[in-house]
Design a protein around this ligand. Structure first.
Ligand code: HAM
Length: 434
């Protein structure tokens, strides 16, 4: 936004005296929150049967942690970080992702002394100053996992399989699993050299970012989203052709494990990922249903990162799911997430309200969601409300019911109705779990 635009925005806030949420962030409200909660609780269930334990790193870290791990020449570090000086003049950044913090915590707390593998999961907000659009936010949420200490491709296969099982249990089938290998310190320099050879002589046609990154980190040219750059890099060399024997063996073994586990995948030799710390396996889970924001989850191996941050040589692999994108997909599939009350107690008159309140309290202690009408609207409007809430059962208590000692009930799902004595309520079939 231009300086003028900013001033106008601030001025309008002052005039109207009403604040709105910042651009690119959102309030997560009911009923969507129920979809969020379902994703969170199912993730915990799935991760726990694989032995992943929760870790909660802070949301702020020293800026250097991110710039060094994610890479100085990445879009995230160059353009997207929320960085500020604290009161003591330290450079602090709101985390743009979770892996760097988990690696820092792993080293800082000497978790490498515990038996390998050490497996962690985390969830929470991440911050990137990107251009907001469908599925892309400035504050977004990830659920991520990181596993330390196993270099074998079986670990890659287990982590990818866990991600697939989670997505399938959420009801998301038919997503594309794209796999690539980015090689290691031995083979990547050869690939880098071949990229430089390929691109030199063509650089005048590239965008200023690519021009700048060409010498320092030519792999980043493959990540540029500018149409002209995409056109210009057609036919560029593919990393797969440069893998050393060890990386090639790792990749081939992983592919055959994925086949063995019946996980359909596609090799995508152009996938370089937007973060520099990856070695060997990288993967993305993509969909066609969210416009240009295709990746709903992504991850890979980072076998050098722990060592680079001063820990012992420890391989690592992980992924992160983009919560907003999963929620969008589930909503597009018609999931509302809205829970419904077990019972709505319609009451007519003060005495009936008191009786309804007592019944409600008794049933809530049993764990049922009970809505009791505490007001004085007509029966018709109460029934309309019960219907709007999609309550499974409705009780009606009025003067007549109080006098006879029997209330009227209606099962809204089955369409059945009847009467029951107040003294018999504990035997009501619905309450005994029928
Ligand atoms: P990433 O690819 O940068 O990887 O992000 C992972 C996922 O977060 C993306 O696939 C996407 O679903 C979601 N995401 C990213 N940016 C946004 C945004 N601005 N708005 C909404 N969703 C977004 C990482 O962050 C790595 N730390 C993943 C990882 C873990 N690699 C190894 N371990």
């Amino acid at each position: 936004m231009t300086q003028k635009g900013k001033e106008r925005e601030e001025a309008s806030l002052l005039v109207s005296d009403r604040f709105t949420a910042l651009k690119g962030v959102q309030d997560i409200l009911p009923p969507d929150i129920y979809i969020w909660q379902r994703i969170e609780s199912l993730s915990r269930d799935v991760f726990s049967v694989y032995g992943f334990q929760e870790i909660r790193p802070p949301i702020i870290e020293y800026t250097g942690l991110f710039s060094r791990s994610i890479g100085e020449t990445t879009d995230i570090v160059e353009k997207e970080m929320y960085t500020f000086s604290d009161r003591a003049g330290r450079s602090i950044t709101l985390r743009p992702e979770g892996t760097a913090s988990v690696v820092r915590a792993y080293i800082e707390h000497h978790l490498y002394n515990l038996p390998a593998p050490q497996k962690f999961f985390y969830s929470g907000p991440m911050f990137r100053y990107e251009r907001p659009q469908k599925g892309r936010f400035r504050q977004f949420h990830q659920i991520g996992v990181e596993a330390f200490g196993v270099a074998a491709p079986e670990m890659d296969a287990e982590v990818i399989s866990m991600l697939r099982i989670l997505l399938e249990r959420l009801g998301l089938k038919g997503l594309n699993f794209e796999i690539n290998s980015l090689g290691c310190d031995r083979c990547r320099p050869l690939y880098r050299r071949s990229l430089i050879d390929f691109f030199s002589g063509k650089m005048e046609h590239f965008c200023p970012d690519c021009k700048r990154r060409f010498e320092v980190n030519p792999l980043r040219l493959l990540d540029c989203k500018v149409e002209r750059c995409i056109e210009m890099r057609r036919g560029s060399p593919e990393i797969i052709d440069f893998l050393c024997d060890d990386c090639k063996r790792h990749f081939d073994e992983l592919l055959s494990l994925l086949n063995m586990m019946d996980i359909p995948f596609k090799i995508n030799p152009e996938m370089v990922r937007g973060l520099d710390y990856y070695t060997r396996t990288t993967f993305e889970v993509t969909t066609q249903e969210l416009g240009s924001q295709k990746a709903v989850a992504a991850g890979g191996r980072y076998d050098r990162l722990v060592e680079e941050f001063g820990g012992p040589m420890t391989p690592g692999i992980g992924f992160a799911i983009g919560m907003e994108r999963i929620v969008l997909l589930l909503k597009e599939k018609g999931e509302s997430g809205h829970p419904v009350p077990d019972l709505f107690i319609a009451t007519l008159g003060k005495e009936a309200i008191k009786r309804g309140l007592m019944i409600g309290e008794r049933l809530r202690k049993k764990g049922l969601w009970v809505e009791v009408n505490l007001d004085a609207p007509s029966l018709k409007s109460q029934l309309r409300k019960a219907d709007r809430l999609s309550s499974r059962i409705v009780f009606i208590i009025g003067e007549e019911e109080l006098a006879s000692g029997r209330l009227k009930w209606k099962d809204m799902k089955k369409g059945s109705q009847g009467e029951i004595a107040f003294t018999d309520l504990d035997n009501f079939p619905f309450l005994s779990g029928d």
